[in-house]
Design a protein around this ligand. Sequence first.
Ligand code: PLP
Length: 382
Amino acid sequence: MSHFNYFDNNATTAIAPEVFEAMVPFLTEHYGNPSSAYGFGKKVRIAVEQARAQVAALINAEPSEIYFTSCGTESDNAAIWSALRSTKKRHLITSQVEHSAVLHMGESLEQQGYGVTWLPVLADGTLDLVTLEDSIRPDTAIVSLMWANNETGVLFPIEKIAAICREKKVLFHTDAVQCPGKVPIDVKSLAVDFLAISGHKLHAPKGVGVLYVRKGVPFIPFQIGGGQERGKRAGTENVTSIIGLGKAAEIAKENLIEEQTRVRAMRDRFENRILELVAGARVNGNRAERLPNTANICFQGADAQELLAILDEQGICCSAGSACTTGSVEPSHVLSAMGVSQTDAKSSLRFSFSHFNQDSEIDRALELIPHLVETLKQKVTI
Ligand code: PLP
């Protein structure tokens, strides 16, 4: 497609060319098993350990605190399962706006008889810390709260949440899948016990994730088998993707400033012009405490699914609700939890940018979107 504008980077990202290059030798010549005793395998082991160090550097962790998994979902599941089993407690605290990786796990735990407290959010998508503090009980095994919301980009105050959990002596897991390269992560200055990352959100391949587990925190494996990942995550390593993730972590660290400046400026220009040009448009979520790359906009009076389809015809990729629930006509659970009406939630689209986007793409979108929204609104009123 000649005019193809990818504005759905919270769903997944393009593999960076340097990441691809780093991976190729491990798909071709270096195919040894990292657990093998001979040099051909050991070479691969060294590369995996280098990737572990690169990921550790991204979040200021020790390499020994990094476990490679198959995805963000597995990392989230593994952290919660481990806490429930190691503490032998049966209560989880999470929020109503989590990604399905935590949301559906919480629902499944409830069905199995565990207690789950679903923290509400305020109208701007932020969290009331007093409610969190009041929810912690003697039988609470873990608090699991996302750092950045994938739909709105709204950031929870992770430092404060972590401090509350530490003071109350309860384990804390954060789903930081949307954060690498967009917000600084420093686990040494943050009282988190577990932190989840996913490769495909930071220009690495799909099918690889990371679980950070703070040194000294008990970690009971979710997946049982061989002794890979120091016995904490069995299964032969997804070597190629791990190497890619290592390289992507290194680049994400370098790109943080660009994401906070150029990408943020691009997002703000897009958002501000849309608000000026489209009558009744407004932003969902707190505009200050937000990822620099995400714009969730309600186009009042237009149907988001139809808008999505006509934008698709123009080669513009964005999203209505999170990618995992697309296809269902249910309004977004995130926007509903923020008190957005069903009609407005069904009129909302998410645009999420990356450093691969150019200003010329924003110009094109700004030329097309106001006109397309007006056409749709007229269709609704006829
Ligand atoms: N958590 C958040 C906030 C996400 O946005 C996603 C993916 O959309 C996930 C978890 C799941 O990650 P994965 O697709 O690697 O399982």
